[in-house]
Design a protein around this ligand. Structure first.
Ligand code: ADP
Length: 230
């Protein structure tokens, strides 16, 4: 569960990025966040992952209250939330399997567990045969699949996909969206940001529109409307 209650974020330069934002996301939801550049989407994500601290209001993610969280608990937050980005952020000098394994290595998982988990995860994202390739040898869509596998290997409850299709052609973009839907069906909460209107319209899921640091629309596409912004 993700709860934002009247959350405001003011950056040190006095820029107000989020202004009294209220948001409630249930476990296993698939939510798309849209909004023009500068609306506050990245800030919202950075507050969720605790990359940035909020200025006021309340944030509770998976039962953790971000007001009382200790610095040593921040890795715990990060373990619960997997993130993938538009530019994949893969280690170029490591093979596909090593990129995925790395996420487990840093959390101190035993070698045996890593050896078992990596091929399974690559299978889930459809890359079982490419474990020994380097990122440069893959298409954009395949690179994003590696990034998704890496984000999921620690079994986070929430997957945030920040413009994951921004660098992909329409066919690859759809395959990534379908993969995110599959991951959501398996029980992971998915939060997607995108500028792609076709994707938003076709998804028929909850869409939240942010403008100037506030939610101005919150609706179930193709189902029914919710009252937004209150
Ligand atoms: P989006 O992701 O929707 O484009 P952002 O969350 O990046 O929006 O930005 C929201 C507002 O906060 C913008 O006005 C932006 O200029 C400002 N902002 C974002 N990051 C910083 C920062 N590190 N320092 C100061 N202002 C920032």
């Amino acid at each position: 569960m993700i709860l934002f209650d009247r959350v405001t974020k003011v950056y040190p330069n006095q820029q107000v990025a989020l202004s009294g934002l209220n948001l409630h996301i249930q476990p296993k939801e698939f939510v798309t966040i849209v909004g023009s550049s500068g609306a506050g989407k990245s800030t919202l994500i950075k507050l969720m992952t605790r990359e940035e601290a909020h200025t006021s209001g309340k944030i509770i993610v998976g039962g953790l209250d971000y007001d009382t969280i200790k610095p040593r608990d921040v890795p715990l937050v990060r373990r619960r939330i997997g993130v993938v980005f538009q530019d994949f952020k893969l280690l170029q000098n490591r093979r596909v399997g090593e990129n995925v394994a790395f996420a487990l290595e840093v959390s101190g998982a035993p070698r045996r567990e890593i050896k078992r988990a990596v091929p399974k995860m690559l299978q889930l994202v459809g890359l079982a045969s490419k474990e020994d390739r380097f990122p440069q040898e893959l298409s954009g869509g395949e690179r994003q699949r590696v990034a998704i596998a890496r984000a999921l290997i620690r079994q986070p409850k929430i997957l945030i996909a920040d413009e994951p299709t921004g660098n992909l052609d329409p066919k690859n973009a759809w395959e990534i969206i379908e993969l995110l839907l599959k991951i959501n069906r398996y029980g992971t909460t998915v939060l997607l940001t995108t500028h792609n209107k076709e994707i938003v319209n076709a998804l028929k899921r909850r869409v939240i529109t942010i403008n100037r640091g506030k939610i101005i629309k919150d609706e179930e596409q193709g189902r029914y409307s919710l009252e937004g912004g209150k």
